[in-house]
Design a protein around this ligand. Structure first.
Ligand code: LLP
Length: 426
């Protein structure tokens, strides 16, 4: 995060607070949220995309305090379950600025969204269109919907997080004609208010070309809609997926460059197809919250294994960051509580869980004097770490501590073993 520096003591400071003080006050492990950095990223996306709507993707990390900041920064919010919707409403996000996603929304989730006049429901199947149509008829409302289109782009990212190739569960296939069929059905029924088309090609994507192809394909479909139905759909959503740097080897695009390229392509293509330029929206999650947090751990044991490498065990692990085990994601780590001039040694940062795949950082050079009691910071854990955290081995989930202007405050409290025992009703 941008407010992290090494203070005079050699310890990291964030938002003007020394990490040793944060650890003393809040304990470890903890996710440390750099509020100024998060706000700056919200602003950067809004500025880069100009008049376009920026929906922050809540699945990356959502909490009431986050929603309040989004409201203040003028962002909208993408949610994908009733649970995320509840946090959005609790945080005071105006319902018209919420978009509801999901490939299998329940009747209850859809009904709650309709009841609260959620701004956009992104429909994902014919079953769902039927369900939503029934709810609309029953309540006399006219929900605004977008059709999620699978545009057939092979995004260059991990298979589990790529979402626009044909063989997967999300959206209506463009090539197979399902997207056109869904649009025709919605327009023929006339119950739902079809605002536009939606595409999300995947996550942790570095180059703009996939988004450009997606935009072109959506606009071609849009041109067909105007031909067949004699009307243009006023909006288009290009989803999220903008990549971030997890290590020094990653080189993400600046959102301004991405936005500039995308907006230019959309304008060109609209001119060529004789369409008006639709009102655009995007849904960045990772690119806004990912770099704005780091995880602060305490080292418990250091073990040199046969001169191959040193295993540095921390007081968390795959329960607070599953991404290394699940996606082979790369992270870095640094001794946070002090400076060291010792030479670097090859280390693997591992957790406290009972399996050998419990790795937080696969390969990292740490100072040779790394030892029990050291604080270790793992940057870039804002997205999909707390939100994907588990209670594996009955390990309580860490808190999220927001730091800004020399003050720290808990925005999500630490779970306790008592919290876990309360769910276990015997
Ligand atoms: N919009 C839609 C419809 C999405 O499905 C997603 C992410 C986003 C926006 C936000 O994508 P972002 O800008 O954050 O990349 N757990 C995985 C990532 C899963 C992404 C799911 N959808 C990970 O840890 O890498």
């Amino acid at each position: 995060p941008r407010t992290v520096t090494r203070g005079q003591s050699g310890a990291l400071t964030v938002g003007g607070v020394d990490v040793t003080q944060i650890a003393q006050q809040h304990g470890t492990p903890a996710y440390i949220f750099d509020e100024a950095d998060f706000r700056a990223r919200c602003k950067a996306f809004k500025e880069a995309f100009g008049g376009a709507e920026v929906y922050y993707a809540g699945k990356a990390f959502i909490a009431t305090a986050i929603v309040k900041i989004l409201v203040e920064e003028g962002l909208s919010l993408d949610v994908c379950t009733g649970g995320e919707l509840a946090v959005a409403l609790r945080g005071g996000m105006p319902p018209e600025r919420i978009g509801l996603h999901g490939n299998n929304k329940s009747v209850e989730e859809l009904a709650t969204a309709v009841e609260h006049n959620v701004g956009r429901i992104i429909v994902d199947s014919l079953d769902e269109i039927d369900r939503l149509t029934q709810i609309a008829i029953r309540t006399g409302k006219r929900p605004k919907v977008m059709v999620r289109v699978t545009v057939g782009v092979e995004a260059h990212t991990h298979e589990f997080i790529a979402t626009a190739h044909e063989d997967q569960k999300f959206g209506f296939s463009l090539a197979g004609g399902a997207a056109a069929e869904a649009i025709d059905k919605i327009l023929a029924d006339g119950v739902l208010d079809l605002r536009g088309l939606h595409s999300h090609i995947g996550s942790q994507i570095f180059d703009a070309s996939g988004f450009e192809v997606a935009a072109r394909r959506l606009l071609t479909l849009q041109a067909r809609v105007s031909e067949v139905h004699g009307r243009e759909l006023p909006e288009m959503d290009l989803g999220g997926g903008f990549g971030i740097a997890y290590t020094t080897q990653d080189e993400p695009a600046d959102p301004r460059d991405l936005a500039g390229d995308l907006l230019r392509i959309v304008k060109q293509e609209c001119a060529a197809l004789h369409l008006s330029v639709p009102h655009l929206s995007v849904e960045p999650g990772r690119a806004i919250v990912g770099p704005a947090m780091f995880t602060l751990y305490e080292v418990g044991t250091v073990k040199d294994v046969d001169g191959i490498r040193t295993y540095v065990s921390v007081d968390g692990g795959m329960s607070d960051n599953i991404r290394t085990a699940l996606y082979d994601a790369a992270y870095s780590a640094t001794v946070a509580g002090r400076a060291s001039s010792e030479p670097p040694i090859l280390a693997r940062v591992v957790g406290k869980h009972c399996e050998s795949g419990d790795i937080v950082v696969k390969d990292e050079f740490l100072p040779a004097d790394v030892k029990a009691g050291d604080l270790l910071a793992v940057p870039g854990t804002g997205a999909y770490c707390r939100s994907m955290a588990s209670n594996y081995n009955h390990v309580p989930r860490p808190p999220v501590v927001a730091v800004v202007d020399g003050e720290s405050r808990v925005i999500v409290r630490r779970e306790t073993v008592d919290d876990l025992l309360r769910l276990d009703v015997g």
